[in-house]
Design a protein around this ligand. Structure first.
Ligand code: PMV
Length: 321
């Protein structure tokens, strides 16, 4: 029986923002993330007697425009492992109703693992991380649970994620605040390319990430949640400064994003633990402690009517079910 692969999404505390090799998705810097337990993808790959792949997402057959990236990825996998089989891919994204975000991290990690399973490639987790990275950079980190570091590397074989602490006993919870808006999206691929090309601060970013990775690893080892919060928020703001300082300038922020950042500052002034991190979109993930979480959630929901909040805890790595 072929098992289904399950991969959870991850949130970068130290962001990956910029590729030194676009084809291989090799980043300029290391990055560091936390795997979450709420948002995941279940994927099953079945070998079919066909000369084209077929992809179903959430039960719906994808057309040639929708599945372009996945088909290209499957070609890469065939080339890597020298086989010619084609697949039916059945993928289900488990995201809470109206949370409104799917994730390329869990998507490509589950896809890589499902092919490993179906083709009996017997890849170890490092090889799986390399394979997932070729689909989407952040997917390399979703192979592991807990805190994970993606080592930038210099070529295909040396760029992979490693676990830092897969089962951390740490008082840290995430509140994901989803802004219910459908704004025009600049993909992370295009966004990082523009930042690398034209932000005058890109070199500083590379230097900053190198030192923040060191600092946050120390904070993780010491279970210093306040330090983790401070470093993560600062890193996220610096990543978004790269979009604002690109030429032409762009931003993923919506008015509500800024409102939430402001609210988080107010909460801290009241002595409530809350730090923000934001990916390539308007939604804000708030780093909380068990104690601060209900207060932060109530306050956000009182102040903003057009948002949905979802609580996420620390999640595990790839599973086969
Ligand atoms: O892997 P991608 O192409 O989805 O890019 C991820 C970019 C960020 O989410 C903004 C940062 C990160 O490290 O996950």
């Amino acid at each position: 029986m072929t098992r289904t692969a399950r991969a959870y999404t991850n949130i970068a505390l130290i962001k990956y923002w910029g590729k030194k090799n676009k084809q291989l998705k090799l980043p300029f810097t290391n990055s560091l993330s936390l795997t979450l337990d709420r948002f995941y993808t279940d994927t099953k790959a079945t070998i079919i007697n066909n000369d084209e792949d077929i992809v179903y997402l959430n039960g719906q057959l994808l057309n040639t425009t929708q599945n372009k990236r996945i088909l290209k990825y499957l070609d890469t996998v065939r080339q890597f492992y020298s086989f010619n089989d084609h697949f039916q891919i059945d993928s289900i994204n488990h995201v809470p109703t109206s949370a409104g975000f799917a994730s390329s991290a869990s998507g490509f990690a589950a896809l890589a693992a499902s092919i490993n399973e179906t083709k009996k490639l017997n890849l170890n987790r490092r090889q799986l991380s390399i394979l997932a990275r070729n689909g989407s950079g952040s997917a390399s980190r979703s192979i592991y649970g807990g805190f994970v570091e993606w080592i930038a590397g210099a070529d295909n074989e040396s760029s992979f994620a490693v676990p830092i602490d897969e089962n951390p006993e740490i008082d840290l919870t995430l509140l994901s605040v989803v802004i219910n808006k459908h704004s025009k999206k600049i993909s992370s691929t295009v966004g990082m390319e523009n930042s690398v090309k034209s932000s005058p601060f890109y070199e500083n970013w590379v230097t900053l990430v190198t030192s923040e990775i060191k600092e946050i690893k120390q904070a993780i080892a010491q279970k210093d949640v306040q330090k983790i919060g401070e470093i993560s928020e600062h890193n996220a703001m610096c990543m978004h400064a790269l979009t604002l300082s690109a030429n032409p300038s762009f931003t993923y922020f919506e008015p509500e994003t800024l409102q939430i950042i402001q609210i988080i500052k107010e909460l801290r002034q009241k002595g409530i633990f809350a730090y923000a991190t934001i990916d390539a979109g308007p939604n804000v993930k708030i780093i909380c402690t068990k104690e601060s979480l209900p207060k932060v959630q109530t306050y956000i929901e009182q102040q903003l009517s057009n948002v949905t909040t979802v609580i996420a805890n620390i999640g595990s790595g790839i599973q086969y079910i």
